[in-house]
Design a protein around this ligand. Structure first.
Ligand code: NAP
Length: 251
């Protein structure tokens, strides 16, 4: 018997990286899973790698019509929705004086507007059934990171969004929490290494040195925290942000 038997979990940006690791964990623990990603083929192929019933759905989380259509497809194909993980993300890093308006808008659109649109569409179902779990993915960059004014603002915005929805949705049986990862080895951090003209292994080694547990994080580390917060064991926890960063933000 799995923790998520009979539940439907929707994870955005889950064709790869942290999202895929999290989708896999939900599927292994009994959930039916919807993998949402920009590219429908990539989403479908990731879904085909999961045990149990899973669908891949192409959707741009920053577009309201695309989000509403995706949530309707989830309900139609998997019979409902109980858990939403707002994980889709992009970076457009630059120092402020070089950051463009487009860099700002794109990052806000995916992280903040995306989480808003997905949660608004899902909560219609959550409120009606008096049950729902939302886990938003923030970042240690919320606390400030050179070259990431847009991303940092969006990730701290996610924490305010999480606290506010904790207050608003708690009375309807809906828990809303966030996980703030530190350095996790994925294509996103590999792309950062490339932008800094650093070797990926060297970048990971230096990132591991920078935290007390002396290793980089893996998608499984985030999947473990997300699934706990989405489980019924965590039903008295809401509005919180859990830092999963090997202690990197302890000072
Ligand atoms: P990743 O490997 O780059 O995966 C992100 C996924 O999101 C990609 O499949 C991407 O699709 C998808 N995506 C982008 N824009 C989208 C949109 N508008 N609609 C739907 N899907 C979209 O990133 P990751 O490292 O796994 O990161 C996952 C989350 O964790 C992000 O929110 C990120 O900010 C956060 N995070 C990551 C780290 C880290 O160290 N890796 C640390 C802290 C927080 P395409 O490939 O088609 O663009």
């Amino acid at each position: 018997m799995g923790r998520f038997d009979g539940r439907v979990a929707v994870i955005t940006g889950a064709a790869r990286g942290i999202g895929f690791g999290t989708a896999k964990r939900f599927a292994e623990e009994g959930a039916s899973v919807a993998i949402i990603d920009l590219d429908e083929d990539a989403a479908a192929s990731a879904a085909a790698d999961l045990p149990g019933s899973a669908v891949g759905i192409g959707c741009d989380v920053s577009d309201a019509a695309s989000v509403d259509a995706a949530i309707a497809r989830v309900v139609e194909s998997l019979g409902g929705i109980h858990i939403l993980v707002n994980n889709a993300g992009i970076t457009r890093d630059n120092l402020l004086f070089k950051m463009t308006e487009q860099d700002w808008d794109l990052v806000m659109g995916v992280h903040l507007k995306g989480a808003f649109l997905m949660t608004k569409a899902a909560q219609v179902h959550f409120s009606a059934q008096k049950y729902g779990k939302v886990v938003n993915i923030s970042s240690t960059s919320a606390l400030g990171n050179r070259g990431q004014a847009n991303y940092s603002a969006a990730k701290m915005g996610i924490q305010g969004f999480t606290r506010t929805l904790g207050i608003e949705l708690g009375p309807f049986g809906i828990n809303v929490n966030a996980v703030a990862p530190g350095f996790i080895a994925t294509e996103m951090t590999d792309a950062t290494a490339a932008r800094l003209k650093m070797d990926v292994e060297e970048f990971r080694r230096l990132s591991a040195e920078a935290n007390p547990v002396k290793r980089v994080g893996l998608p499984d580390d985030i999947a473990a925290a997300v699934t706990f917060l989405a489980s019924d064991e965590a039903s008295y926890i809401t509005g919180q942000t859990l830092y999963v960063d090997g202690g990197a933000t302890l000072g």
